[in-house]
Design a binder for this molecule. Structure first.
Ligand code: ZN
Length: 140
């Protein structure tokens, strides 16, 4: 995408080509949530396993554009081993960042920082958000 920092674009393409934690598991301990983004054809399912308030595993499956696929991949990598309460704060900060709203800059968005440029492309905000919104719903 033109306008995104080169390094950020590289990280996004790397996750797009080598998605982390891809593929769902058949285990009733996991909670699953699926979201589609008709405007872009993105279709993402997130699966999360929480035990004792800690996210023990986070899986992703689906298809779509490079932004949506990379954001799902980065999400799963970041969330594994995080306490649920911390994960919710990270998700909130991330969703506000990509939507160009105020967010708590003390919260470490780690590799998800690469999506900060999406705010300049309103049509892609949903692409960068759906995996994270689906993940949030698995925690409800
Ligand atoms: Zn998309």
């Amino acid at each position: 995408m033109a306008g995104l920092d080169n390094l950020y674009r590289e990280v996004i393409m790397e996750h797009y080509k080598n998605p982390r934690n891809k593929g769902l598991v058949d285990d009733e301990n996991y909670k699953l949530f699926r979201i589609k983004n008709p405007s872009c054809g993105d279709d993402i399912t997130i699966q999360t396993y929480v035990k004792d308030g800690i996210i023990k595993d986070c899986r992703q499956m689906g298809h779509g554009c490079s932004i949506s696929m990379a954001s799902a991949s980065i999400l799963t990598e970041m969330m594994i081993d995080k306490p649920v309460e911390e994960a919710k704060k990270v998700v909130e900060a991330y969703l506000n960042m990509v939507a160009n709203k105020d967010y708590n800059k003390k919260i470490d968005l780690e590799e998800a920082q690469v999506f900060s440029g999406v705010r300049n492309f309103p049509a892609r905000i949903k692409c960068a958000s759906i995996a994270w919104v689906a993940f949030k719903d698995t925690l409800e």
